[in-house]
Design a protein around this ligand. Structure first.
Ligand code: TXA
Ligand code: MG
Length: 320
C-alpha cells in the first residue's frame, strides 16, 4: 500500500524518515512530481528504475535544499554559481562534473562523469530535502513512457503499490520539467528546454548552444552518451580465461584474473546498484594487472535485468 502523506510537519518528517530508510517517496516540486530516493544509496536508486519500469538507466537529477549542498557533490564553475544565484530555487537543472568526494551514487548518473543537480522552488520539497539531509535523486514520478505527473493522483495512477508514499501537495505550479543545461564542457549546452526560458539563462551567462552536441545527444532529453570501460567487454560468458576480469552474477565462473560480484544471490536490483561501480573497478584493476578484457556472466532479461543488459550491450558495442 502506498501511503498518501499530508503536506504538514508530520507528513514531511515521515517522508524524510522513509527516504533515509532507502524507501521511495514521490513529492511535488514546482515543475512536476518527482520519484525520490536517497541518492547516496545505490539500492534505493536502483529501486527507482524498477518502480518506473524503465528499460534503460537514464541519469537522474539530484535535488538539494540549497546551492551550497548541491555544490558539495559537483564541481561548480563561475557560470554555475551565477545561475544558481539568479535562478535557484527554480526550474533549472545544471549538469556539472561529479566531485571526487561527492556523495551521490554512480548509478544516479548512469556511470557518467557528470551529475545533474537542482534546487526546486517548492516549500514542501525544500523542507523535505532539508529534513532528509542527503541528496535526493528524483526523475519525474511516472511509469516509463507515461506523461509527467502534476498531482498526487497522477502519481498514484501509475505507481500505486510500487512506492512507499506520496507526499500530497496538490497541483504543481509550472507543469513542465526543469530546463537542463550542461555546464561541464567548454560551452554551455541546452539539453532540455523546460520551465526556465533559455533567454533568461543567456541574460546571465551569455550564449547557450541549442540542441545537442553532435554524436552525443539525439534530441532533448535523449541521452546517447554512456560510460564504456577502456577494456573490451565480452557478454554472456560461460567460461573465463586467466587473462580476463569477470563481472559475476551469481556463483562466479572459476579461473578469472579478477572478479567483481554484482549480486551473489542473483538479485537484479542489487546488481543494478553495483553495475557502474563494478565496470569501473574491473577496468582499473584489469588494466593494472595487464588483463585483456572484461567477461560478463549472463544476466536474465527480466525486471531490472533489461536495463542492465541495455547498458552492458552499449559497453560491449564496437567503439566509433
Ligand atoms: O523538473 C524536473 O526536472 C523533474 C523534477 C522531479 O525535478 N525531474 C525530471 O527528471 O524531469 P527526469 O529524470 O524525468 O529527467 C531528467 C533529464 C533527462 O532528460 C536526463 O537525460 C537529463 O535530465 N540528465 C540527467 N543527468 C544528466 C547528465 N549527467 N548528463 C546529461 N543529461 C542528464
Ligand atoms: Mg521524465
Amino acid at each position: 500500500m502506498t501511503a498518501r502523506l499530508a503536506d504538514d510537519a508530520a507528513g514531511i518528517a515521515r517522508a524524510a524518515r522513509l527516504l533515509r530508510d532507502g524507501q521511495l517517496v514521490a513529492f511535488a516540486t514546482e515543475t512536476v512530481y518527482g520519484l525520490g530516493a536517497d541518492a547516496t544509496d545505490g539500492a534505493a536508486v536502483a529501486a527507482i528504475f524498477a518502480a518506473k519500469g524503465r528499460p534503460r538507466f537514464n541519469p537522474l537529477i539530484a535535488h538539494y535544499p540549497d546551492a551550497a549542498a548541491a555544490f558539495r557533490d559537483v564541481v561548480a564553475n563561475h557560470a554555475a554559481r551565477a545561475l544558481a544565484a539568479a535562478f535557484w530555487p527554480g526550474p533549472l537543472t545544471l549538469v556539472l562534473p561529479r566531485a571526487a568526494a561527492g556523495r551521490v551514487d554512480l548509478l544516479a548518473s548512469a556511470g557518467l562523469d557528470t551529475q545533474a543537480v537542482r534546487v526546486p522552488a517548492h516549500a514542501t520539497a525544500l523542507a523535505l530535502l532539508a529534513a532528509t539531509g542527503r541528496p535526493v535523486a528524483a526523475p519525474s514520478a511516472n511509469r516509463s513512457g507515461a506523461v509527467s505527473p502534476t498531482t498526487a493522483d497522477h502519481v498514484l495512477d501509475g505507481l500505486a503499490d510500487r512506492i512507499a508514499a506520496v507526499l500530497d501537495s496538490g497541483a504543481c505550479a509550472v507543469g513542465v520539467e526543469s530546463t537542463v543545461l550542461d555546464l561541464s564542457g567548454d560551452q554551455p549546452v541546452l539539453l532540455r528546454p523546460g520551465g526556465l526560458a533559455v533567454e533568461a539563462i543567456e541574460a546571465v551567462i551569455g550564449p547557450v548552444a541549442r540542441g545537442a552536441k553532435p554524436g552525443v545527444l539525439r534530441g532533448p532529453g535523449m541521452l546517447e552518451s554512456h560510460y564504456a570501460p577502456a577494456l573490451p567487454v565480452r557478454l554472456g560468458a560461460v567460461s573465463v580465461a586467466a587473462d580476463e576480469a569477470l563481472l559475476a552474477f551469481g556463483p562466479p565462473l572459476p579461473g578469472a584474473g579478477a572478479v567483481f560480484q554484482l549480486s551473489a544471490k542473483g538479485d537484479p536490483i542489487e546488481a543494478a546498484a553495483r553495475l557502474f561501480a563494478g565496470l569501473r573497478a574491473l577496468d582499473a584493476e584489469g588494466r593494472a594487472m595487464g588483463l585483456t578484457r572484461i567477461a560478463v556472466m549472463k544476466v536474465p532479461d527480466a525486471g531490472l535485468g533489461l536495463a542492465i543488459n541495455d547498458r552492458l550491450r552499449r559497453a560491449a558495442a564496437p567503439r566509433g
